[in-house]
Design a protein around this ligand. Sequence first.
Ligand SMILES: [Fe+2]
Ligand SMILES: [Fe+2]
Length: 309
Amino acid sequence: MSNTQQRQHARPAPAAIASEHTPLKARKVAFAWEGTPLHWIPGDPFATHTINVLHLLLPAGERWFVHVYKQVLPLIRDDRLREDVMGFIGQEAVHSQAHDDVLPHLREQGLDPTPYTAQVDWFFEKLLGDRTLPPGKPRAWWLKERVALIAAIEHYTAFLGDWVLNAEELDRRGADPMMLDLLRWHGAEEVEHRSVAFDLFLHVDGSYRRRVRTWAAAFSALVFLWQRGARFFMENDPSLTDGKASFGQFYRAGSRGVLPSTPAMLRSIPRYLSRTYHPSQEGSTAQAVAYLANSPGANGLADGRNGGR
Ligand SMILES: [Fe+2]
Ligand SMILES: [Fe+2]
């Protein structure tokens, strides 16, 4: 064995927890928005709108996941992984549509997000879309790069999913149950399928350098798009005279428990960059599956304001 082979052999590798694996299926969901107030976290427009940014990013973002994964499917040489990816595609397609369905309600409340969503569409469809690349290595490189970007983004969707499943402060503050159920159904499915994108990345490439590079790109893009989205909502909210969004507000909302805390977000960075990281080490499949079994929206109970709350 050469020195290089010995070094590679000795490197710690991602360690999956097998018991966290679960078969994936898309659920038929139903939500109704007529009764959801503009500030669905009462008295907290900033936290409301920071979470609302999800409705702007996810429709285009998750459509893009599906678009990229359909191109990867023929390259998968493992039957269980192929099934996982197909389940993932089904779930993300429903997520994208469910968040898109909130937008008409925002428009009715005087918040037309079209100027912002046009930028998000450009970002995913053009900047991260299929480029006119020659077949062979350049196309394969761009596909691997996007698979790695999705794995990095899914680290954060799983982080947010785990956060919202446990964000009891939102219940204590009287957050709208319909919106909470949408977020927790989606969050639970993110926790449920949290290993798929990373397993696919390991299957098609798994290079550590690519993991680090694409994490940096994904994290920077998420921070940039998110703060822009929060500012957009705060500045265009018809009920606010001088709506602003700042990092200080974000930090304080995180300390109150109505948004993820900044320290928790910072701690999640070295975890993803650890050579032994595997998403199955984070969050709880049992908690996610238990939520999904009782989620009114995931069981088609949108009428009667989410199962007669
Ligand atoms: Fe999703
Ligand atoms: Fe996801």
